[in-house]
Design a protein around this ligand. Sequence first.
Ligand SMILES: [Zn+2]
Length: 208
Amino acid sequence: MIIYGYRSSHLLTEPITGECLACSASTGMRMSVFGRYAHVYWVPLFSIGKVGASECGHCQQVLKPQEMDSRLRQTFQELEQRAKVPVWHFIGLLGLAALVMWGLVASSNNHRANQTFITNPHKGDLYHVRTSNGHYSLWKVQDVTGNAVKLLANNYEIDNERKVQALNQPEYFAPDPLELTRYDLKIMLEKQEIVEVERPESSVVVKR
Ligand SMILES: [Zn+2]
């Protein structure tokens, strides 16, 4: 269950002049303005306007704006305009915007890294390959000679791309490599048949 709704926070309270509509006391009237905001799990998302009331210090009568006479309502509108909605009423929305921005930057960085890796394949690179039935498999670069790239396909596939690393066992790979060109790989990446390129740190070290 998601807990959401709206809450209010106090913005200002000021004494006002004029008579109480109930007890006719000429002093002791005050007015308050509250900022209302939408929340999810009590985290403010965004502001949804202001509410408020007048209160008589003598008879304690509380009037909402729709119950006020025109003079009181005008005073309320003036106070309402002066009351500033704090930035934290928007904190959730700002956070979401930041998260979306971060996600866009991260995904574009990842996209660039994939392109860099596929243009210049290294022995040991792992490709997350989408199979024709929508599952995922893991290919490993065995050798690169000029434009030709030898890859070991995996004998297995898995339905969740995040778990595709589970297929990274030496005995799971086919013994005979298939051979593609760098260009083939680039096309596969563009067509999202290769969805992710992993370059293990150790593959940078050339074994002799
Ligand atoms: Zn009163």
